[in-house]
Design a protein around this ligand. Sequence first.
Ligand SMILES: Cc1ncc(COP(=O)(O)O)c(C=O)c1O
Length: 453
Amino acid sequence: MSTTIRLNTEIPGPASRALMERRTHAVPRGLYSAAPIFIRHAEGAVLEDVDGNCYIDLAGGIGTINVGHRNPRVIAALRKQLDAFLHLCFSVTGYESYVQLAEKLNAITPGHFPKKTFFVNSGAEAVENAVKIARAHTGRPAILCVEDAFHGRTMLGMSLTSKTHPYKQGFGPFLPDIYRIPYGEPASSRPAGRLPMSHEDVEQLLDHTFRRVVAAESVAALIVEPVLGEGGFVLPPAGFLQGLATICHRHRIVLIADEIQTGFGRTGELFASTHFGIEPDLIVTAKSLGGGMPLAAVTGRAEIMDAPVPGGIGGTFGGNPASCAPALAVIEEFADGSLLARARTLGERFQHRAYVWQRQHAFIGEARGLGAMQAIEFVDRDGAPYSAPAKKLAHYCLRHGVLILTAGTYDNVIRLLMPLVISDEQFTEALQVVEEGLNTVTAELGELVDTTL
Ligand SMILES: Cc1ncc(COP(=O)(O)O)c(C=O)c1O
């Protein structure tokens, strides 16, 4: 049987190791790389490193390559744009692709109301701007966010982010007037996001915050990821997001959905908010929006988006033509629904395998996810977060030709963010490596494995 994975050298190979040596001298250590390999070519769901080793990519540039590496439509759109012009700056002169992409996003994002969109360069910048817009609209200062959230690495993104190490270590003081609520049941030893919440439960949770922490009428916005990304692919408790949406609406608090990691088909819907029946006032997108080109957007209710005065928002590169054209191609890729169906199928296939693994390996606490946003979480014998298996598994997978990422506040989660164009054969091959990795890690850590299943 022909396989995609092809390993010619030890991993990392000599050429990657030589580049790593140069990197160590040229690039600061604060910029971490999950895998010590250097890539020279990528196609679909396959990466080829500088030593000629081929890997199956289950990381997708952290969820940025949903339509696949070098997606032909994306490449064609980019080539066409290269022949026309590269940069004008939308704050100087207009070009049609910017407007066209805004129209498309206004149409395809959840919410049956008039919308507007503007573009920036990164997810963190989109978060920054969504907050600016919410503040300009409401005239209020405070922002609510949730535990285990990740919203980026700028000063505001970091202030909204939960995980302290390494994201906030040494970077304070953080911005004021930011308040964190639990992602589900308050003050519980249970992992977040387990028990369904009635509307009264959510009311109670927010009532606590509004009485003891910050007055509702001081809150400009509440920002939430529909499924926690860096936080470990945690789904919200049933009823939680709907409850938040109702309460935000009542208090005129702008509900911002951070769909940067959950968006563009990852969960089997274009946007994860759809699964939960919510229509956020603002949605921030980035990552897979650009099909590999840097692009982020804030989309939302027209009257909120129009709050900043002319010149109040913008930036030199935001909505660059070389990013807008590929993004239009990405939206076309999703138009017939087959990639969304593929995301659901991939998720189901992973879940079938992962549920078996869960019964075999005592240290798998939970296999969870939505669509192709899937993860397994590791716990120790007492049910406490256990990072060693996640790290060892990622390490094993890399050495055996599969790139996979960890996540979670306790670094105890393995997550899947593969390009949705991955073939059945490639996915099976990758999962086989994961399975062998689990068995190896189990043996190494001296955990029991039930092989009767
Ligand atoms: C949910 C979420 N929000 C914001 C960001 C920040 O995006 P960027 O790295 O493009 O600034 C990320 C990046 O991982 C993310 O997952």
